[in-house]
Design a binder for this molecule. Structure first.
Ligand code: MN
Length: 385
């Protein structure tokens, strides 16, 4: 920890805006501004802050995204064009993000130190390799997983990672997940929601779930922008991305998995959602009520009886992180309905890098034991850190 703190401020970054963004934003004299990486030795258990949904995008994939933007018309994937057209553009927010998201070295470590984050669980940012043709996606996922694991090995006490996989070829995705875990030491896989408009409730994808269950590792269902068939009503008011559309689309995806019976078929499958479960914890009562009524009325061919209530799978097979949702009432509500063993801290770096937001979790009115679960123990357990 002492050695790591030397990294602070050493990032070679000539952009003055980035430099000032990296300075701690809270008054350094205030008590809560001092956020050691390991809490202690005061009352309650010491803990490390682990951030469990942190993004990375090496230059190679950013160059490929740029090429796609140039080659494909906006109508091909309006969400991709909106998201990466913006972040590969010239605004201050975009250039800062692109600088930070490529870095797995001194710059990122300095940001982690400035916000008191001991460790990040890092994975390839959305839409990952899912936007490419199958052959490109499979080959790129291997290259990028190799690269991620090499970078993690340089700072094994600060980083862990999830594998990128290509659902375009389910067999290859399952094999790459296995290689990522067994050979590269990665902790599971990330899937950025739909793959070119297709959802994982189609049984052709289930060998990915089969592999994850057999390996005992989770799949993180991370957002993507809605596919062309869904996105149009979001666009006029800029609602397709992190502000709302991500949650709508990813929550829908998880519900499709639940209602398709994925967790009856794979009862030990562990999945993770960001952003406090993409709104789903708020819906548990009505989901269960309406699902029961729909099954009883035999109203839909695609809706059948499940072994449990939909809400039970969301409580027993799904963990959620607090990424991008540093708001005490929402975190407390989610803890109260899912349980303290189900919620993991995440920052959503570098998209939502706001160092003082750690205070929200530091100051939540929960016990120190629960805070240690939220910050550290649940992540260690779910991702086998
Ligand atoms: Mn994210």
């Amino acid at each position: 920890m002492k050695a790591l703190k030397k990294n602070r401020g050493q990032s070679p970054n000539s952009n003055p805006r980035s430099r000032s963004a990296r300075r701690p934003l809270v008054n350094p004299r205030s008590r809560s501004a001092r956020r050691p990486l390991v809490k202690g030795p005061g009352p309650g258990p010491a803990y490390q802050r682990i951030a469990a949904e942190e993004a990375w995008a090496p230059p190679e994939i950013l160059a490929r995204y740029k090429k796609l933007l140039e080659e494909k018309p906006a109508s091909w994937d309006p969400g991709f064009h909106s998201l990466w057209g913006f972040f590969l553009g010239q605004t201050a927010r975009a250039t800062q993000l692109v600088t930070r998201i490529q870095d797995l070295g001194a710059g990122r470590l300095a940001d982690m130190d400035a916000s008191g984050i001991a460790r990040q669980l890092v994975f390839l940012t959305a839409p990952g390799v899912q936007v490419f043709d199958a052959q490109t996606a499979v080959s790129l996922s291997k290259t990028l997983n190799d690269q991620l694991s090499e970078e993690i090995k340089k700072h094994p006490d600060r980083f862990a990672g999830l594998a990128a996989i290509a659902p375009q070829s389910p067999r290859d995705a399952a094999k790459e997940l296995e290689r990522g875990v067994k050979t590269l030491g990665l902790k599971g896989a990330v899937i950025n929601s739909h793959t070119q408009g297709e959802y994982l409730d189609d049984p052709k994808y289930w060998e990915i779930f089969e592999a994850a269950q057999a390996l005992g590792v989770p799949i993180y269902l991370h957002p993507n922008t809605p596919p062309p068939r869904m996105i149009e009503p979001f666009l006029a008011r800029g609602l397709e991305g992190a502000i709302y559309g991500f949650a709508v689309e990813t929550g829908l995806h998880m519900l499709r998995l639940v209602l398709a019976g994925v967790f009856d078929r794979f009862p030990r499958l562990a999945m993770v959602l960001g952003h406090l479960g993409e709104g789903l914890p708020f819906w548990l009562f009505r989901l269960d009520f309406m699902h029961r009524a729909m099954v009883a009325a035999n109203r839909y061919e695609g809706v059948r009886a499940l072994k449990k209530k939909p809400g039970e799978y969301l409580k027993e097979n799904v963990w959620v992180t607090t990424s991008g949702m540093q708001w005490a009432p929402a975190i407390l509500y989610t803890l109260s309905v899912l349980g303290t063993d189900r919620v993991l801290y995440a920052m959503d770096y570098p998209y939502q890098f706001v160092p003082e937001e750690v205070r929200v979790t530091d100051e939540l009115p929960i016990s120190d034991a629960d805070r240690k679960q939220l910050y550290q123990l649940n992540a260690e357990k779910v991702f086998h850190l």
